[in-house]
Design a protein around this ligand. Sequence first.
Ligand code: 9MG
Length: 285
Amino acid sequence: MKLDCAGKILDLSIPRVMGILNITPDSFYDGGRYERVDAALKQAERMVLDGADILDVGGESTRPGAKAISESEELDRIVPVIEQLTHQFDVPVSIDTSKPAVMRAAVQAGAGLINDVCALQLEGALTTAVAAPVPVCLMHMQGDPRSMQSAPQYGDVVQEVKRFLDERVDACVEAGIDRRRLLLDPGFGFGKTLNHNLQLLKDLSRFTEPGLPLLVGVSRKSMLGGIIAEMQGQEQAAPLEQRLYAGIGAAVMAAMQGARILRVHDVRATKEALAPLCATMMGIT
Ligand code: 9MG
């Protein structure tokens, strides 16, 4: 299981850590702090030193209720950062976007993977991905980031998310994308209640059935705040700063069910938590 990310190889024989680099003033965790390119590079350097296997650069926040930004603003934010990152670091760089023009510019600037929370459903995204010689992560979302958390509904969430991803894989293959370029992601927190997220986490291994690499992002998400509150009998969801350990627990759970990329803010902690699993998978004695 090796992904060719624009010439940089990501070996997925063990779970890998994707460091989140948000170049957004309104990002839910580190937003506002890394707006300038040099600040972004410093943050990237820290994540690489901490063991990040890939960096995911995003210019537009996808957190619930986040404000949409224009294409030109997104390009302004991400292109200079991706150019520098791809020159300075050996790890692949991924672009977190749903806009075709941003995908094209990012790949031109050196990005080696497209991470699309809209699973290439925006007009022009599929044809852009066909032409871009990089892997693509297809994520499930019910609704859109502006409205997705207002009463999401499913009959059987696992079955419906699986069916959606199967259909998107079929659409991609039909459009001309090699299956081996695709990754899948059930989209934790994207149009899902706490209960939906827990059902997905419990049955995550089912998403490996298509034989494509599974990417999972739970880091710092509100579902963790809800889980902690539920388990500790508290009324209020645990705040961001208290979600680290639950996030690591969920990441390890995901990896043990076959997830091969964990998208996280806390690279070092996640890397170390995954080390026992990775060591056993590598047969280290
Ligand atoms: C951009 N982004 C935010 N959360 C994410 C998740 O869970 N998966 C992927 N692929 N991207 C995400």
